[in-house]
Ligand binder design. Structure first.
Ligand SMILES: Nc1nc2c(ncn2[C@@H]2O[C@H](COP(=O)(O)OP(=O)(O)OP(=O)(O)O)[C@@H](O)[C@H]2O)c(=O)[nH]1
Ligand SMILES: [Zn+2]
Length: 185
C-alpha cells in the first residue's frame, strides 16, 4: 500500500512540474506516503481496541472534564490540516473511563479525513457508547489551514463546534457549568 501511494505521490510531484528524481525529492514520495498513512491511521483502529477495557466502576456522578486535548486532523475537502483543542466532559453513571483513553478516542477520529462538526459528534458518541454516561459534551476549537494558507487566507479565525448529549442537552445548568469550566482558563 505504501508503494502504491508513493507511486501516486511521484506522479503528483511530476504533474506539478517538479523533478521527482532530483536529490532532495528522491525519497519524498515514500515519505509523503508514510506521512499520509500515519495521518489516516484512525481508519484501522477500533474503539474496543483503543479503550482496551479501561472502564472502571465508580460511584461518582459529578461532572468530569478533560480540557485542552490537542488535536491534529485533515480536512476532507482539501486534505490540509486543521489543528486545535478538544474539551470533553461527561456525567458518569456507575463507570469512568481511563483518562488517557479520551485522548486516544480524539486521535482515532482525528486521524481520518474529517470535517470538524462530524469529528466533534463522533468523539461525543464514542464516549457515550463506552461509558454509558448520563451526558457527554464535546467542544472543539480549531484553525483550518485551508482557510489560512490558501483560499480566503484568513490567519486569525477559528471555528468552535460543540455536541451535547443527554444531561448536557436537557439541563441548562449542567451545560452552563460545563461552558464555565471550559472557559475558565
Ligand atoms: N463546515 C466546515 N467546513 C469546512 C471544514 N473544513 C473545510 N471546510 C470548508 O469547506 C468548503 C469547501 O468549499 P468549496 O467551495 O467546495 O471549495 P473551495 O473552492 O476550495 O473553497 P474555498 O476554501 O472558499 O476556496 C470551504 O468553505 C471550506 O472552508 C470543516 O471542518 N467544517
Ligand atoms: Zn479544507
Amino acid at each position: 500500500m505504501t508503494e502504491q501511494l508513493a507511486d501516486h505521490y511521484r506522479q503528483i510531484i511530476q504533474e506539478i512540474g517538479e523533478d521527482p528524481d532530483r536529490e532532495g525529492l528522491r525519497d519524498t514520495p515514500k515519505r509523503a506516503a508514510k506521512a499520509m498513512q500515519f495521518l489516516n491511521r484512525g481508519y484501522f483502529q477500533s474503539l474496543e481496541e483503543i479503550v482496551n477495557g479501561a472502564v472502571f466502576e465508580s460511584d461518582t456522578d459529578e461532572m468530569v472534564l478533560i480540557k485542552d486535548i490537542e488535536l491534529y486532523s485533515i480536512c476532507e475537502h482539501h486534505l490540509l490540516p486543521f489543528t486545535g483543542k478538544c474539551h470533553i466532559a461527561y456525567m458518569p453513571s456507575g463507570k469512568v473511563l481511563g483518562l488517557s483513553k479520551f485522548a486516544r478516542i480524539v486521535d482515532m477520529y482525528a486521524r481520518r479525513m474529517q470535517i470538524q462538526e462530524n469529528l466533534t459528534r463522533q468523539i461525543a458518541e464514542a464516549v457515550q457508547q463506552v461509558t454509558s454516561a448520563r451526558g457527554v459534551a464535546v467542544v472543539i476549537e480549531a484553525r483550518h489551514l485551508c482557510m489560512m494558507m490558501r483560499g480566503v487566507e484568513k490567519q486569525n479565525s477559528s471555528m468552535t463546534s460543540s455536541v451535547m448529549l443527554g444531561a448536557f442537552r436537557e439541563s441548562q445548568s449542567t451545560r452552563q457549568e460545563f461552558l464555565t469550566l471550559v472557559q475558565g482558563r
